[in-house]
Design a protein around this ligand. Structure first.
Ligand code: ZN
Length: 242
């Protein structure tokens, strides 16, 4: 599997950046994990929308799902012009109801809910989910193929469920919203908590993401490395081999 970081910011992007979006590729087939603001523009540098197998959304906050509304315009238009013959498959949590309903566009999206017991086979990869702890229902995603396993935390506070789900992962792509506990009011992880989670889960590689836009990536890295010395901060538009 190849993981390309399309956006690494949480809540809102830094200048020139984008919010959460991660493109997974295996053997020339693509699945997009999260579609925050700024992601759709970057996505098309790597994958035509017609060739995108599916989108999987961890939770319905706009820094993870906001560009779905723009993606919807693109697919509706392509279908009207006859250049795309199918709606895009989109998997996402069913709650909160009002946010889910706001994304129901049958011409553009073939939607299906995800849950703890869901197992999806997409683009030659197997996807599983675990409930996280956030201000709305949110899931971590595990993607497996060719004997490798990537775990992406989505948004959460640290908890045993995340550690268990990430256990022995080849790569843990984990939110590290701030270096230390600060004024961000919603439930997130500090980089130190991310490093500790990676250490306890004995993952083989830790990639920090979902940075608060005014946070210094170097501060996050130093806090995480106190617990997990090989921690890395992801770079936007960089591709990582899983
Ligand atoms: Zn977020």
């Amino acid at each position: 599997m190849k993981l390309t970081v399309l956006g690494r910011y949480g809540t809102f992007p830094a200048a020139g950046g984008a919010c959460s979006g991660y493109l997974l590729e295996r053997a020339g087939k693509f699945v997009l994990l999260d579609c925050g603001n700024g992601v759709m523009s970057r996505l098309q540098n790597y994958c035509r929308l017609e060739d995108l197998e599916a989108v999987v959304i961890t939770h319905l906050h706009d820094d993870h799902a906001g560009d779905l509304r723009i993606l919807k315009y693109a697919i509706e238009t392509k279908r009207a012009f006859g250049t795309m013959d199918h709606p895009l498959r989109v998997f996402m949590p069913r709650e909160p109801d009002e946010l889910y309903r706001g994304l129901v566009y049958p011409e553009a999206f073939d939607m299906a809910p995800i849950g703890e017991d869901a197992v999806l086979e997409l683009a030659g990869m197997t996807f599983r989910f675990a409930p996280m702890r956030h201000s709305i229902p949110s899931f971590a995603i595990a993607a497996e193929a060719d004997g490798k396993r990537l775990v992406y935390s989505g948004d959460t506070v640290p908890h045993d469920g995340l550690t268990a789900f990430a256990r022995d992962a080849d790569v843990l792509l984990c939110e590290a919203t701030t270096a230390v506990r600060g004024p961000v009011p919603i439930p997130h992880m500090t980089a130190g908590q991310t490093g500790l989670t990676a250490r306890e889960a004995r993952v083989r590689r830790l990639l920090l993401t979902h940075l608060w836009c005014e946070e210094q990536a170097g501060r996050c890295l130093a806090e995480a490395q106190a617990y997990y010395p090989e921690a890395e901060v992801v770079e936007e538009l960089q591709t990582y081999e899983i």
